[in-house]
Design a binder for this molecule. Structure first.
Ligand SMILES: Nc1ncnc2c1ncn2[C@@H]1O[C@H](COP(=O)(O)OP(=O)(O)OP(=O)(O)O)[C@@H](O)[C@H]1O
Ligand SMILES: [Mg+2]
Length: 452
């Protein structure tokens, strides 16, 4: 039988040259011209310029994954085995030269990215939320076949979104045996990471070698990313997302992968995302967390002071972490001493600072990003002495119509600087500001309102 009549198998290739040779044999087998391949690719919604095909088949370099995808699909075959072979060869080329020098076999498995940061040893509580995340990501909650499961963990600064996501991702590592991708999207910073930059990083992690060119446009990068992630058991953790716009190109296309997002913002316009809202830790978990940081003996010796510290931290994990870290490096301090310092509202935010961990600094970017009128609303709300208020109360405070007050309040809820609590008999919603957020708002009011 003439070789052109035999369908070549991508597994036969070990080097870029052999791979391209098989692609040439594939075209001979398909009996299609470059022009016909271009037209057929178009029918799949893919781009395969004749000139590119001619150039790629004429060289010995490993073609881009996007090309392989379009070319193999145009030949009428499933691209995945070819993409898998391409990725295996790319990974072997990117690997240090040592194995080849020792005559070792090229690894037959694609790269398995393991990008998760380390889990915290003293992770405490959050059982229900962990279970919700786990059920959603593993499809146990009934995500239809082929749909990418997605969970968004939201909540205020320092409430423990990243810690929960990283902990859950480690727990699920075995389920996502093809890899775990992680990126801090720096959504709370003035300059969040651009999706194109993240896509390039992810593509490299999935085996596209550093020496290989990648497309320029975000759309093409996203297509390639969807191709390489399709049907693979990959967990994608998008930490600290700024907006839907930032994460949309980073979502895989078909089932296999799953996505875990964290954000201080409510991501409402991405369809099919299960939302897990994190609030302050229950008091007993706050105390347990403190005990793990400072030592169970110290907490057992001063249980009331420990409970006071957790309460004065508003049960916010970041604040408890800072308080705990301060006590851990001052073993001679009784817990009551720190509780005493935290009781002074004027000084509390100053006390909740150690090294690069600080409650005040964690709130600053969120506040800075708000429109002027919403920032003013936030400051004035900090002066309220009541735990809950309605849009009507805010309207009186701001001296504006209720509808406008509500708009500002909702913007603050979206930024997790305010919590909305459903309530009966007060027009449906009451609002609550976390104690530490209120202290920050009041500080801003003291500085900015008196300056104005
Ligand atoms: N469940 C937990 N058990 C123990 N420590 C926790 C827990 N949750 C959070 N922490 C600690 O609290 C601090 C803040 O947590 P984390 O960074 O996860 O918050 P975040 O919500 O992601 O904050 P940001 O909005 O700034 O990204 C960290 O030091 C973390 O170690
Ligand atoms: Mg975080």
């Amino acid at each position: 039988m003439a070789q052109s009549n035999v369908l070549p198998s991508p597994d036969e290739a070990r080097t870029p040259e052999e791979f391209v040779r098989l692609l040439r044999r594939l075209r001979a087998w398909s009996e299609l011209t470059y022009r016909e391949l271009e037209v057929r690719a178009q029918r799949h919604g893919l781009h395969l310029a004749r000139s590119t095909t001619a150039a790629v088949l004429g060289r010995g370099a490993l073609p881009r994954a996007g090309f392989v995808h379009a070319y193999v699909a145009a030949c009428g075959l499933t691209p995945e085995p070819w993409l898998g072979a391409r990725q295996r060869i790319a990974a072997a080329c990117a690997a240090p030269a040592a194995p080849a020098a020792h005559g070792a076999e090229v690894p037959a498995v694609p790269l398995v990215p393991a990008q998760l940061p380390s889990d915290i040893a003293d992770f405490t509580g959050r059982e229900a939320q962990l279970q919700a995340v786990e059920e959603e990501l593993t499809g146990a909650s009934g995500t239809p076949n082929g749909v990418v499961p997605m969970v968004a963990v939201s909540g205020m600064a320092g409430v423990g979104k990243t810690s929960l996501a990283v902990h859950a991702a480690h727990e699920l590592s075995e389920r996502f045996s093809d890899g775990r991708l992680f990126v801090d999207l720096r959504g709370a910073n003035a300059a969040p990471v651009e999706p194109g930059e993240v896509l390039v990083r992810f593509l490299r992690a999935l085996g596209v070698p550093g020496s290989a060119a990648v497309p320029d446009s975000v759309e093409e990068l996203a297509v390639l990313y969807r191709t390489l992630s399709a049907d693979r058991r990959i967990l994608v953790v998008l930490d600290n997302a700024a907006s839907e716009r930032q994460i949309r190109p980073l979502l895989p296309g078909v089932g296999g992968p799953a996505v875990l997002v964290t954000s201080r913002h409510r991501l409402t316009s991405i369809g099919a995302v299960r939302s897990v809202e994190l609030g302050p830790l229950p008091p007993e978990h706050g105390v347990e967390m403190l005990a793990r940081i400072v030592g169970a003996d110290r907490v057992a010796a001063e249980p009331e002071a420990a409970a006071d510290i957790v309460r004065l931290c508003g049960q916010c994990p970041l604040a408890v972490r800072v308080a705990g870290a301060r006590l851990a490096c001052r073993r001679q301090w009784p817990l009551g001493r720190l509780a005493g310092l935290l009781r002074d509202e004027q000084r509390r935010l100053d006390e909740l600072t150690i090294g690069d961990l600080a409650v005040r600094e964690s709130l600053e970017p969120e506040y800075a990003a708000l429109p002027d009128a919403t920032r003013r609303t936030f400051r004035l709300l900090g002066l309220l002495e009541v735990p809950h208020f309605t849009a009507g109360d805010a309207a009186v405070l701001l001296d504006c119509p209720v509808g406008l007050a509500e708009t500002h309040l909702e913007a603050l809820v979206d930024a997790s600087l305010l919590a909305a609590v459903p309530a009966e008999g007060v027009g449906g919603t009451r609002y609550r500001m976390h104690d530490l957020v209120r202290l920050y708002a009041r500080e801003r009011a003291m500085v900015e309102e008196s300056a104005g």
